[in-house]
Write a protein that binds this ligand. Sequence first.
Ligand SMILES: [Fe+2]
Length: 289
Amino acid sequence: MDGGASGSTVRVKKFGVHLGAEISGIDLTQTVSDADIAVVRDALLEHQVLAFRDQDITPQQQMAFGARFGELSVHPIAPHDEEIPELIVFDNTPDNPAMFTDNWHSDETFREAPPLGTMLRAIQVPEIGGDTLFASMTAAYEGLSDKIKHLINDLEAVHDVKLFRLGFTDDDEGREQEKYINENFPKVIHPVVREHPETGQKILFVNPHFTLHIKGMSELESQSLLAILYHQAEIPEYQIRHRWEPNTMLFWDNRSTQHYAPHDYTERRFLHRITIKGDRPYGPGQKPA
Ligand SMILES: [Fe+2]
């Protein structure tokens, strides 16, 4: 498929059943045309995870492309570039793996308005290992029985920085960081089933990285139901597994997908991430007027 009548030169080639497409015919060192941006945006909604190969770009070029889809955000915890706070730098080794990425999650659901999307570009990757897995959470929702769908459609869950708390050190710096997070990122409530603000699809929107419990349930009920729901992302039929190469950039729809980066790398793994602000999630049929 290509842009055709739109005047775009971008080509979109689907590679996964529920998610994943490769984007070619685009050079991110150059200013991308509005027609090309429109094709990429449509592809993101349809395919959820997009791969751009051979993009030898600077952080500024990555940020300029990202900013075409929305305002960029600054992560309150993840390590970032000293001069460019919007740029998260994952510079990891087997002894120092990226924090808690070996848990299924969508990025930053501890925010009132979690990101629309994330762009992650590989600079140096291990010969073996260090892949990233993605799950389509629209497919994960669809795969539930009608009984469970009915049960969860109007439930809400509490989200928090949760696992990141384990990374706060027991010293003045760690306590200062925890205080900052508690003051600026209090626990938030999100629907368990989120309606996608652009496609209207239903999305299973709980994750073990940031979800604490389901509102209005006992701890046993909540944890039992969450275990069933978390399992959905683990089902291979809803997944793709991305093998990184230097200068590959992924752009994922953070609303409709979750991801997991195994800590199985044997060499340095060095990537640049930027994050695009999103909207406050709402449940099925609850779209604000
Ligand atoms: Fe992530």
